[in-house]
Design a protein around this ligand. Structure first.
Ligand code: URA
Length: 197
């Protein structure tokens, strides 16, 4: 099996054995989407209405904005991998409960450890808090974090504002675009951590 097939098998296996209660109300599991060989994995919070219907993450308005920002740095959705902390839509798009996040966490960690991206980008505070519960998104956004976790092979993390929150807020939108534009430089820095830019 190549990496792409392994990732597909992992997602199918988890969708069967997952015990998340949201399975009862969601239309389907929304698997991560994109390249199994991606250098960057983006992690959102949970699927919304369009994602639940189509079974693909970030296909609504926030997804279009994300695709636009990817284009600005010369990337397509197929070049990266996008997934969510929680793989099932919470009813009426409410925030996922801690137990729902816990039920999907090992699935997320296995995805990450199979892909082994250079960089994990958190889309929004909920995604960031899952890994860094003490940080504030208003202070942490756009700043590269280097941290070794026992259960994840990737060591570099970048928190960003959530595209859905920034979409209709002029100031936040500009900040998100500026932070996003840092990604190519950040990837170079990860490759040569001792070189001062
Ligand atoms: N917001 C998210 O956090 N994830 C999606 O898949 C869509 C919108």
């Amino acid at each position: 099996m190549d990496k792409k097939e392994k990732l597909q098998a992992l997602n199918e296996d988890w969708s069967l054995k997952n015990t998340c209660v949201l399975k009862k109300t969601a239309t389907q599991a929304v698997f991560g989407h994109g390249s199994a060989n991606a250098e960057i994995v983006f992690i959102g919070e949970a699927p919304g209405k369009s994602e639940d219907e189509q079974g693909i993450p970030f296909v609504g308005a926030a997804g279009k904005f994300l695709a636009e920002m990817l284009g600005d740095i010369g990337l397509k959705r197929e070049d990266i991998y996008i997934t969510n902390i929680v793989k099932y839509r919470p009813p009426n798009n409410r925030d996922p409960e801690p137990s729902e996040k816990e039920a999907c966490a090992p699935w997320l960690y296995e995805e990450l450890n199979l892909i082994q991206p250079k960089l994990v980008v958190f889309l929004g505070r909920h995604s960031m808090l899952n890994f860094f519960p003490d940080l504030k998104i208003s202070e942490a956004h756009g700043k590269l974090i280097h941290k070794k976790f026992k259960h994840i092979k990737t060591e570099y993390f970048l928190p960003l504002y959530h595209p859905a929150a920034a979409l209709y807020n002029g100031g936040m939108r500009d900040t998100l675009k500026e932070d996003f534009a840092l990604i190519p430089k950040i990837l170079k820095k990860i490759d040569a951590p001792n070189v001062v830019a």
